[in-house]
Ligand binder design. Structure first.
Ligand SMILES: Nc1ncnc2c1ncn2[C@@H]1O[C@H](COP(=O)(O)OP(=O)(O)O)[C@@H](O)[C@H]1O
Ligand SMILES: [Mg+2]
Length: 267
């Protein structure tokens, strides 16, 4: 019966790239905790680690020794479904794998190089509600693969001036892909690592709301020591400190995401 339904409805799965070429803005933290919060809310979620550093697996408490993941699926050595690791209820991980670094360096021969991820995903993971791709902090071939494979992007942004500068560069890249692929991304932003006591924070937030009206998710993720502690225990914030403010930030962010709730500029 289930099988019949999934064949009729085909690709209900939404694929979202969590992207920002700047490192340390909270891409992996958002991936881990948003995915877990969505899974806890009953959604079927797959998190793909497209960063050769492999921090997503570590943050979820999965220790791997040179084990393949999305790298082998992109290189067509394995089917992507073989690379799935069940990590929590409703949440599965596809780790990065040691060959991901080589993929970033691929030159012309293995063409088309930009379609490796899209092809690996094609027709697979249709039993999922959401597939999130935790992107590396670069602007190379892996990012091109992520942008070609998705129609939706989620951009974590910190509340400092240089992050704002970097964002215009990222939006330039996104626009170039929109032009050459003739598609328009649904782009959402999440204010991450927000430090309310710094004046620059509210200035950056105002600029974001002015430049991206209706695109900044309603919940602000605040800077908090517990969020930095979680990865060393291999736990998400919902496990490490379920009653913390940060855990409720991420539960609320998951609801924003599901309900399309965004922040509005205060007058
Ligand atoms: N809201 C936050 N509060 C405190 N520390 C955070 C927060 N978000 C991320 N961090 C920490 O900042 C560092 C970089 O975050 P990370 O999510 O790995 O960024 P990225 O994936 O964009 O490089 C990590 O050590 C992480 O634990
Ligand atoms: Mg990361």
């Amino acid at each position: 019966m289930r099988l019949g339904i999934s064949i009729i409805w085909g690709e209900k799965v939404k694929v979202i790239a969590i992207i920002n070429q700047k490192g340390g803005v909270g891409k992996t933290t958002t991936s881990v905790n948003l995915c877990h919060a969505l899974a806890e809310a009953g959604k079927k979620v797959t998190a793909i680690d497209l960063d050769p550093q492999g921090h997503l697996a570590v943050s979820l408490g999965v220790r791997l020794q040179q084990q393949g993941g999305i790298d082998e699926a992109m290189l067509k050595e394995k089917n992507i479904r073989q690379q799935i690791i069940a990590v929590r209820n409703n949440l599965q991980l596809i780790p990065s794998g040691p060959k991901l670094k080589e993929i970033e360096q691929l030159t012309e021969s293995r063409s088309p190089r930009g379609l490796l991820l899209k092809n690996a995903l094609q027709g697979n993971l249709n039993d999922q509600d959401f597939v999130f791709i935790d992107c590396p902090p670069s602007a190379g071939l892996l990012i091109a693969n992520a942008l070609i494979a998705t129609d939706e992007i989620l951009i974590p942004m910190t509340s400092d001036f240089l992050a704002l500068q970097g964002l215009s560069h990222l939006m330039g890249t996104v626009k170039r892909f929109e032009k050459s692929l003739q598609k328009k991304y649904k782009a959402l932003l999440v204010m991450s690592r927000y430090a309310p006591t710094r004046r620059i924070s509210s200035q950056v937030l105002s600029s974001l709301l002015a430049y991206f009206p209706g695109q900044v998710l309603a919940t602000i993720i605040r800077e908090a020591a517990v969020l930095a502690e979680c990865p060393s225990f291999g736990k998400t914030i919902l496990e490490y400190s379920p009653k913390s403010r940060s855990a409720s930030d991420f539960r609320s962010l998951a609801n924003d995401f599901l309900e399309g709730r965004v922040m509005h500029e205060s007058k």
